[in-house]
Design a protein around this ligand. Sequence first.
Ligand SMILES: NC(=O)c1ccc[n+]([C@@H]2O[C@H](COP(=O)([O-])OP(=O)(O)OC[C@H]3O[C@@H](n4cnc5c(N)ncnc54)[C@H](O)[C@@H]3O)[C@@H](O)[C@H]2O)c1
Length: 415
Amino acid sequence: MLPSTLLSEATDCVTARSLAAVSLHRDLNGIGSKMNSAGCVAINSSATAAGGGGAGLGREIAATITGDGDGDDDTTNRRATAVTGRPAATPETATGIQYKLFVALETLFAVVLIAIDLVKVVGLALVPLLYEIYTIAVPRREKDVRGQLVLITGGGNGLGRAMAHLFAARGAHLVLVDIDLEAAERTCTELKRESGGTTKAWAYRVDVSKYEECRELAVRMERDGCGPVDILINNAGIILFAFVGEASVERENAVMDVNLKSHVWMTRVFLDGMVKRKKGHIVGVSSMSGMYAFPWGVVYSATKFAVSGFMASLTEQLRIQGLSRYVRTTCVNPYYVTTRKEVVEFLQKPRFEALTVDKAAAEIVQGILRQDFVVTVPRLFGVFTRFMLLFPVRVQQFVRDYIMREHELNDKLNR
Ligand SMILES: NC(=O)c1ccc[n+]([C@@H]2O[C@H](COP(=O)([O-])OP(=O)(O)OC[C@H]3O[C@@H](n4cnc5c(N)ncnc54)[C@H](O)[C@@H]3O)[C@@H](O)[C@H]2O)c1
């Protein structure tokens, strides 16, 4: 049995330390602590100017993170006194067995809290999980897009063009944005002809990697009476099969600009209208190479990981803003599609055949209309990839070598 005073002091210490941490967390929020994109904590406060941990708040942060007691224990004591009515025992005042008890209780406390949260998560997740499994057998109903306006970047060729045809067949109107105006105009003509003139379609020449041009597009669309955008499909992209440094700096730069920045710029321009109207859907075309490393196109793969990250973060942003019921998001991850000569030429000995443009576009459009958060084409590849990522990198490499046989994909390495 533990002596009751010892137990009480230990509990006070845990309470005090937790309170100090909570209070400090609030203080940090107050002074504008931020997570930057590199995953570092950036704290905009002069209090941290003294070498990030040497004095003041920096010292308190360091003490809280390391738990080494170098922080301001007066603060801890003051907060504990306010709550418990007597000063807290601290690692400095406690010795030997007391200190070990403080640490053990604190750890136990944290473990119990996590266990309670885990039970909550399992309970809450069960229903959506069962529902997702059910939708594999019985797919969700597709939404009706008759009369809606769908904007597709890179809509003149490949997947963009094929998706435009499928949306038009469902009664939607199209805005096709492409740097290749001729291709976009040609697709618009096809859409109008196929629908007997009932489909409205507009073509615009825009370099979607440039923010000013994206903004100007919105002005031009308003002038032309296109109406508000219901579904924005950020599809334009440049495929680059190259190891790092193989392509020119200009080419790598263009790949990064088009494949990532265009998603951010177009979303910036059109999200506001969707939020105001409480209606919209943003689609980001990423790739399977945005789910697992793709050594044959390193920079390309990096941009696709970035797109997947952008879409996942945007989804959460809308959720915490309470907008996710009105503005939906879909991230699309296709496997190889035979849209371009480069893809066909690269896939000399594919272990798994590339998808045809029509098949890929049909699955993507179905996923968008079912309002899935993530659409992987083919679906089974997505399940396989996620499963593979659970294992250590060395195990994943065996899968790459013996199941996917990536080294046989192309004779590039043997040339
Ligand atoms: N083809 C594949 O194997 C494959 C696989 C996975 C993902 N994807 C992705 O699917 C999307 C469509 O690819 P695709 O195969 O249809 O390519 P594609 O080259 O056939 O079509 C891309 C379109 O984007 C346009 N475009 C390029 N730069 C632009 C810019 N700066 N501004 C406006 N438009 C621009 C092009 O003119 C073209 O019409 C891309 O994002 C691509 O990365 C393709």
